[in-house]
Design a protein around this ligand. Structure first.
Ligand SMILES: N[C@@H](CCC(=O)N[C@@H](CS)C(=O)NCC(=O)O)C(=O)O
Length: 277
């Protein structure tokens, strides 16, 4: 692991690293925010943040303003990249497929399967690396935005024993049924739609055996909501299953980090209720 940069922030440290990922078979970059409690020798729980299309580890770190409340609560933030990267990694020359658009799945189809193993990276490789090298406990929760909201909900629904809680901003809840997901899943997973369901939050919630608390915020002025996001589809399933689930529709808010920055504090405090601090 190689340190790229280190910045003091709200009494803690924001650090960026690169390392060779065995899952993705390429060099990956991630960021970690270590709150001030870790300087006092304390181990803290972790909130993993998964970003959306076109992002890398820096969008959330520089635009969401999460560090102040993470420092107050004593929660580390881990921010992976959104896909494998590099000149020998397949790409598509468009914003919603390929580099910057890994969709947090394990690709099975050429040319993607050689490097696009983001599910294994986020679920297994990265937590093992973080827990081996930083003063953190094994307690973790997961959150994300848009494609990363899909990633956070899908990963938590598939691994309810590994996460205390999950939250999302403007998530793609039904990727098997909307254009962004249909494109990505047909490329990464092939044309057999039954294989897509393994990564579809609506399907996973319908089938789930174990429930974990979920919070979603969605702006009603988000131009992607009608076609790509549809969080009400997940809410219907949650209601039918009496799931511990909250969907807040926020009036006037769009899809941007201005929206995320407005409600990230509420998400951090939600996760703090479920993590051992
Ligand atoms: N570029 C795309 C939109 C991409 C987009 O909105 N990306 C969101 C995540 S889905 C984002 O977080 N962008 C980076 C940023 O705002 O910092 C378009 O114009 O249609």
């Amino acid at each position: 692991m190689e340190l790229i940069s280190s910045n003091r922030s709200f009494g803690g440290w924001h650090k960026r690293y690169k390392h060779h990922s065995s899952s993705n078979d390429c060099e990956m970059t991630f960021a970690i925010y270590l709150p001030p409690q870790t300087s006092e020798g304390k181990k803290v729980p972790v909130l993993y943040w998964l970003s959306g299309l076109t992002c890398n580890d820096e969008n959330f770190a520089t635009k969401a303003g999460a560090q102040r409340v993470a420092a107050e609560l004593g929660i580390a933030l881990v921010m992976p990249d959104t896909s494998p990267r590099g000149s020998d990694v397949a790409d598509a020359g468009r914003y919603d497929l390929g580099q910057g658009a890994g969709f947090y799945v394990n690709a099975t189809e050429a040319p993607w399967q050689a490097h696009y193993q983001m599910y294994d990276y986020v679920v297994s490789e990265l937590p093992a690396l973080i827990e081996a090298h930083f003063p953190v406990t094994q307690h973790k929760s997961i959150s994300g935005h848009s494609m990363g909201g899909h990633g956070a909900l899908m990963i938590a629904l598939k691994n309810p024993q590994a996460y205390q809680s999950a939250s999302a901003f403007a998530p793609i809840v039904n990727p098997a049924q909307v254009p962004w997901g249909e494109l990505a899943f047909s490329e990464y997973l092939g044309d057999d739609r039954s294989k897509w369901l393994a990564y579809d939050s609506c399907h996973l919630m319908r089938e789930a055996k174990q429930m974990l608390p979920i919070l979603i915020d969605q702006g009603d002025q988000d131009s992607f909501m009608p076609l790509q996001l549809q969080p009400q589809a997940l809410e219907q399933i949650a209601l039918a299953r009496q799931w511990p689930f909250t969907l807040n529709i926020q009036l006037g808010y769009d899809h941007s980090y201005y929206f995320i920055a407005s409600f990230i504090e509420a998400h951090l405090r939600f996760h703090a209720q479920h993590l051992v601090l």
